[in-house]
Write a protein that binds this ligand. Structure first.
Ligand code: INS
Length: 336
């Protein structure tokens, strides 16, 4: 069985997913493309040798009879509209983060999916598919460390462009921790606070970098996340879980150790796409398999909503310096 996929948005991550679906993954074929710039579609088709139709209008692509499932990898503010249209057309949809740019937008999607009566949405949160995070979760769930009490995390990018703004430290960067830590701890957040340490001279004048986000969960776990997007030395994701009787750390990505010229060294990655390349493969294969088997199990619209609610509180905390409460309505039975 092969799933015919239509892709909306052929920018960086869109191209990566098209390459994956056409060259790496099984049971999928990209049959339709849409982008605000038609040339981008033509380029992708010729680069990857695809047999795909170009649609100038995303809604025509969603409605096209040959398209069975949709990948939304366009600009964030367009996601809600296209995901809602896919649900209306009864087609499964994989949407890159963010599911919508506001919590209300995510809630609109949750409500539409519940009204449609079947799960159709998977959000592109790939970290729960990373083998390192899975191994860490297995250790926590195994119980040998006792209950988790504290998490010390870091999310460091080597550098960001001038267009990266202070709130993007939350909506673009921390959003991954907001998703994966809920999953890791099987918990929800109840409050957030943001602290600004001394600023690095590598950050542009308008950007506050680094930042420390302090989160508290319903079970009382305290989490600190350092976000440092001009750390200069590499792409580095850290997560240390302090439990009642021991500590567990996210494994480092595999890297050959060398001894040379009186130095013992291992490399550090610099590109986030490479750091999670395997996780991206597994998440999309999971989407394809789940659509074909009719049982969606990946990060849901509810997970997209939960991350958006927490992100809104973190952005408020950035602006007012307060400890901001995070209030989630009870999880609907549909998502249990
Ligand atoms: C990227 C991406 C990366 C994250 C970056 C963000 O869009 O989501 O995983 O580390 O900070 O800008």
């Amino acid at each position: 069985m092969t799933l015919n996929i239509g892709v909306i948005g052929t920018g960086a991550i869109g191209r990566e997913h098209i390459r994956r679906c056409s060259q790496v993954l099984q049971h999928a074929r990209v049959v339709a493309l849409n982008d605000i710039n038609r040339n981008n579609c033509e380029q992708v088709i010729s680069e990857l040798g695809l047999q795909a139709e170009i649609y100038d209008n995303a809604h025509d692509l969603i409605a096209a009879p040959e398209v069975q499932a949709i990948l939304v990898t366009s600009w964030g503010p367009t996601h809600e509209e296209f995901v809602l249209a896919a649900i209306k057309a009864g087609k499964a949809v994989f949407c890159e983060k963010p599911l919508a740019v506001t919590a209300q937008g995510c809630m609109n999607i949750v409500e539409a999916e519940i009204a449609a009566g079947k799960k159709m949405v998977q959000v592109g949160f790939m970290r729960p598919y990373d083998s390192g995070y899975r191994a860490l979760k297995a250790v926590i769930d195994g119980g040998t460390l006792g209950e988790p009490l504290m998490l010390h995390c870091a999310h460091r990018n080597p550098a960001v462009g001038d267009a990266y703004t202070t709130d993007m430290a939350i909506t673009d960067t921390l959003i991954h921790e907001l998703d994966v830590l809920r999953w890791l701890l099987n918990d929800d957040y109840v409050s957030a606070q943001v602290i600004y340490p001394r600023k690095t001279r590598h950050a542009s004048s308008h950007l506050k970098d680094p930042q420390i986000v302090l989160l508290e969960t319903a079970k009382g776990i305290r989490i600190d996340v350092e976000i440092f997007v001009n750390c200069a030395y590499g792409y580095d994701i850290q997560c240390e879980v302090v439990g009642e009787s021991g500590i567990a750390r996210l494994p480092e990505p595999m890297s050959v150790q060398t001894r040379h010229a009186a130095q013992l060294s291992t490399g550090i990655l610099t590109d986030w796409k490479k750091r999670f390349i395997a996780a991206y493969d597994v998440e999309l294969q999971d989407f394809i398999n789940n659509v074909l088997s009719g049982n969606m199990t990946g990060p849901s619209a509810w997970d997209g909503y939960a991350a958006a609610v927490a992100a809104d509180a973190c952005v408020a905390a950035q602006n007012n310096g307060d400890i901001v409460p995070i209030t989630m309505p009870p999880r609907p039975a549909f998502y249990c």
